[in-house]
Design a protein around this ligand. Structure first.
Ligand code: FDP
Length: 338
């Protein structure tokens, strides 16, 4: 079969009425920016881009040089295209407006330019996550409040994992599709269409070092996974934790499994670890479109009405039956408490 490039795929999606020309252009621009990020991350120590930038982001986390570079690449690529009303980045407190003199479009772009960045210096996969929303009608200078739309309103979501291969995973709400970067030619080529995540899982991803801080239903659920064949689940589970969300999610998109970043006593006040707008919502959209489930342990992530651009939530996502079981344990525990 002849390879299908991302550009061809976008034209097909336009013809199918799934996207309009502006959204197609926006995705092309994001993909091109991600190719530049792939080049920058791929240089490693030779690019002089490893290490701390000496600055902090809005979350108070130390920024790596590559966090800053990736953010600039995405901002710059999107400023002039005419397809955006504004964009918001995990690395910036407020939305970024389109500079004067450039045409504006109908879309809002949100991104985490380099997720898992604590892994950069040790040469472990990192990634970019993005989400596209429609700018509310009549709004010409979008503010944070205009981005605060539930995940169900996303027009597109995707991530790029910079690993042994650079891979883009994308959804427009009509299935989840994977593209692999052909480095010689410089284009993304469709490598899996309409991905399906198995409903049952045998692998789970969680930071076990937080176990003592978890809430009782999480303790119960993971305790049962760890008990394996001899426990109530009657089967063994394997554990994986890359500590780079994009890489962990990509494993699930490839061979199933579940990813959990639950609420725990250490992060209770901030509501969770992962950001709803830049991480949880786009990943939830991608996972649901591949037949998986994504909840906070208590409710569907994409139905949450966000209250802040940098709001954090607990994240349970992956193989449907497993996420539903973990969610049921939390709901039952809450109901028993009244
Ligand atoms: P990072 O802080 O390195 O950017 O986005 C947050 C994130 O990485 C996720 O990519 C990853 O899954 C998680 O944090 C890792 O958290 P722990 O350090 O608690 O393991």
């Amino acid at each position: 079969m002849k390879p299908v490039s991302l550009i061809q795929f976008l034209i097909e999606e336009r013809r199918a009425g799934h996207i309009n020309a502006e959204l197609s252009l926006l995705i092309e621009v994001v993909a091109r920016a991600c190719k530049r990020i792939a080049v920058a991350t791929g240089k490693g120590a030779l690019g002089g881009v490893l290490g701390e930038a000496g600055t902090g982001n809005i979350q108070g986390e130390a920024q790596k040089k590559l966090d800053v570079i990736s953010n600039e690449i995405l901002l710059e690529a999107n400023a002039w295209g005419g397809h955006l009303a504004a964009c918001a980045s995990e690395e910036m407190e407020d939305p970024q407006q389109i500079p004067d003199g450039y045409p504006k479009g109908q879309h809002l772009l949100l991104f985490d330019p380099l997720d898992g960045s604590s892994n950069i210096d040790v040469n472990i996969s990192v990634g970019t996550i993005f989400s596209v929303l429609r700018c509310p009608d009549g709004v010409t200078e979008p503010k944070a409040e205009h981005f605060l739309q539930p995940g169900t309103t996303q027009l597109a979501a995707g991530y790029v994992v910079y690993g042994p291969a650079t891979v883009l995973v994308l959804t427009f709400g009509h299935g989840t599709h994977e593209f692999t970067l052909d480095r010689e030619v410089g284009s993304f080529i469709l490598s899996r269409r309409a991905i399906r995540i198995p409903e049952q899982a045998t692998e789970f991803a969680i930071n076990m070092s937080n176990q003592r801080h978890w809430q009782p239903p999480m303790q119960r659920y993971v305790g049962e996974l760890l008990a394996g064949k001899t426990g109530p689940r009657g089967k063994d589970f394997n554990m994986r934790w890359v500590a780079s969300m994009v890489a962990d999610v990509h494993r699930i998109v490839t061979r199933g499994g579940v990813f959990y970043y639950p609420l725990d006593a250490k992060i209770e006040k901030q509501g969770g670890k992962l950001r709803i707008m830049y991480e949880a919502n786009p990943m939830a959209f991608i996972i649901e479109q591949a037949g998986g489930a994504a909840t906070t342990g208590r409710q569907r992530i994409m139905e949450i009405q966000p209250t802040g651009l940098h709001q954090r939530v607990p994240v349970f996502l992956g193989s449907k039956e497993e996420v539903e079981l973990a969610t049921r344990y939390h709901q039952e525990a809450d109901a028993a408490q009244g």
